[in-house]
Design a protein around this ligand. Structure first.
Ligand code: ME8
Length: 572
């Protein structure tokens, strides 16, 4: 292929405009293809972003936005519409609406929903293209190779395998996705990706946390050691009509991945207003689209003189009973029915508690029931229920803490044999007091599942504390016993207040119910002002003596086995 000389590449990226405390942050999910309805994998990406967004809000960490949306152009959508006997526009309207509805129903706190068919986005893409062209990053060349339409990219031989098509004829398929590829030869615009190997390498070496978790960072470094050929960034309009035309050349349509990636800029007002937000962007993406985000996108940005995004947070995939989710296997899990079956918070909790970004995670019905019932219904709900029971707290108020019952010690290891309080009780205080920082650290390092694991451990510890002291056995007529009883309840409610506050980004409805029951006002639910058990340190507690909230109902109802699964297990 003929490569005309490069005019002025690469350009040094501009300095970050938005660093420092209270700074802005753009969180994003991928924009999803509309060739099929949403599934739980899409929801998982959005929930990770949502939990980070909500946690940031509770920390008062500065203005942030959460962008999501739908990727509506390309051959894949054009073909899906033709197969469905509808127009691409009709297909996009319908399926984009489903994505929006699923995310809204799941409580995803998105501030922006981009559709690549929107004129605002299309203008931004054309301007971006103009900047690439003006910077000398594009040239026209004849390109040929194996194109995989479901992945919307050309694949090198090393990523192909031999297979057979539906008619039994030999064909080539993508190693990664198993989809058939087709030999394509076209006149295309090419992007000088090869010129960006060194700048990309430098960027990654200087920013070891730019791609997280680390195994994905290492993967990208390995890619940069391999061949990095130039990238075809347009398709002939005769083949691909459903897309954004190349400015000044109607015979070509802009490659759908360039179109889609620019959504992260168009959403913050590129080409005029993006400076307020860019490059303070954290992209949450699945491992399947890592190369597009960690290699192509930063290179494209550098080519127009912009900085790469601050972070790319990568997660692995959900499988279903050990199998990859796929239309052909008929095992794609519908998020609407999961939310109905497990409740919104139940399903949010399951995905975020069991989803480990570094590795694929498996979904199946019994596992959801087990996790959600044991941790939300029994442990958390049971603790609230027991510690607010009218039989032990008939006044239904937040009881007082007595320093004499729970004397302060400077080191919890010294605390054996101090009256009724045991070393384990002091250990509980230490665990819960350090929980907010621990949880914040895990959110910061994109390990939300670990944050939830720590909270769960503390809930268990609190249950043991309550159980150990058997407050229901205490004699309320005896003033000394009453003081001790009140102290046990006070400590338990304080622990619950911390759990409820920390769980808000993950199970917002349940956390709201819990905090309302504890009479914690909305303005008292932020993480920045969260203080655990102030009375233990001799400080006043604003909750003492408050009337508890009126909703005495069950915090989280146990989930029942679905009828369908009931039948499955009953089969001989
Ligand atoms: O790739 N488990 O869109 P897409 C977890 N339009 N997450 C999964 C998943 C699974 N089994 N399957 C999909 C595209 N995902 C492009 C993106 S962005 C500029 C353009 C999630 O509809 C995961 O985040 O195929 C993955 O990266 C994304 O959905 C792909 O969605």
């Amino acid at each position: 292929m003929l490569r005309p000389p490069c005019r002025c590449l690469p350009r040094p990226p501009r300095r970050a405009a938005c660093t420092g405390p209270g700074r802005r942050l753009l969180l994003s999910t991928p924009i999803f293809y509309v060739n099929g309805p949403p599934h739980i994998g899409h929801l998982y990406s959005a929930l990770l972003a949502d939990a980070l967004h909500r946690h940031r809000g509770l920390r008062g960490a500065g203005p942030s936005r959460l962008s999501t949306g739908t990727d509506e152009h390309g051959l894949k959508i054009q073909q899906a519409a033709a197969a469905a006997g509808t127009s691409p526009l009709e297909l996009c309207e319908r399926v984009s609406g489903l994505f929006r509805q699923a995310l809204a129903q799941a409580g995803v706190s998105f501030t922006d929903f981009t559709r690549t068919s929107q004129p605002r986005h299309q203008r931004a893409v054309q301007r971006f293209w103009g900047a690439l062209r003006d910077g000398g990053a594009l040239y026209k060349g004849s390109y040929e190779g194996w194109y995989c339409t479901p992945e919307e990219c050309f694949l090198p031989e090393s990523q192909l395998a031999e297979s057979r098509d539906a008619q039994g004829r030999p064909c080539k398929v993508s190693l990664e996705s198993g989809h058939q590829v087709h030999w394509t030869k076209e006149e295309n615009y090419m992007f000088r990706l090869s010129a960006f190997r060194d700048p990309l390498w430098k960027w990654l070496r200087e920013n070891p946390h730019a791609i997280s978790p680390d195994p994905f960072y290492q993967r990208v470094l390995r890619w940069l050691e391999e061949d990095l050929p130039d990238l075809s960034v347009s398709r002939e309009s005769s083949r691909l009509q459903w897309g954004i035309p190349v400015p000044g050349d109607p015979t070509q349509t802009i490659y759908v991945w360039v179109d889609a990636l620019v959504n992260y800029l168009s959403v913050v007002g590129y080409p005029t207003a993006h400076g307020e937000w860019w490059p303070a962007a954290h992209h949450i993406v699945g491992k399947d689209i890592l190369k597009f985000h960690a290699v192509y996108w930063p290179a494209l940005l550098m080519a127009v003189g912009l900085q790469p995004p601050e972070q790319i947070l990568v997660h692995s995939h959900w499988t279903v009973r050990g199998q990859k989710m796929s239309k052909s296997l008929g095992n794609v899990v519908d998020p609407f029915s999961c939310m109905e079956q497990y409740t919104v918070d139940g399903f949010r909790y399951f995905l975020l508690r069991q989803g480990v970004p570094e590795r694929d995670c498996d979904y199946y019905h019994e596992k959801v029931l087990k996790v959600v019932n044991s941790e939300l219904a029994d442990a958390l709900g049971g603790l609230l229920n027991r510690s607010t029971a009218l039989s032990i707290n008939p006044s239904n108020t937040y009881p007082c803490f007595s320093e004499s019952c729970f004397p302060k010690v400077s080191d919890s290891r010294e605390a054996t044999g101090t009256g009724r309080v045991s070393a384990e009780d002091y250990a509980l205080l230490t665990s819960v007091a350090s929980l907010p920082l621990q949880v914040a650290g895990y959110f910061e390092s994109f390990q939300i599942y670990k944050a939830l694991e720590c909270i769960t451990l503390c809930v268990r510890q609190t249950n043991s504390f309550f159980q150990r002291h058997r407050p229901w056995k205490l004699d309320r007529k005896d003033p000394a016993e009453q003081l001790w009883l009140d102290t046990i309840i006070h400590v338990t409610l304080e622990c619950l207040r911390i759990f409820g506050t920390l769980l808000q980004p993950v199970i917002p409805h349940t956390a709201d119910k819990l905090l309302s029951r504890l009479a914690v006002e909305p303005q008292e639910r932020a993480l920045s002002s969260l203080t655990f058990l102030p009375r233990y340190s001799g400080k006043p507690c604003p909750f003492e003596g408050r009337q508890l909230g009126p909703d005495t109902g069950v915090l989280f109802h146990r989930l029942e086995k679905s009828r369908e699964h009931q039948r499955e297990t009953e089969r001989p």
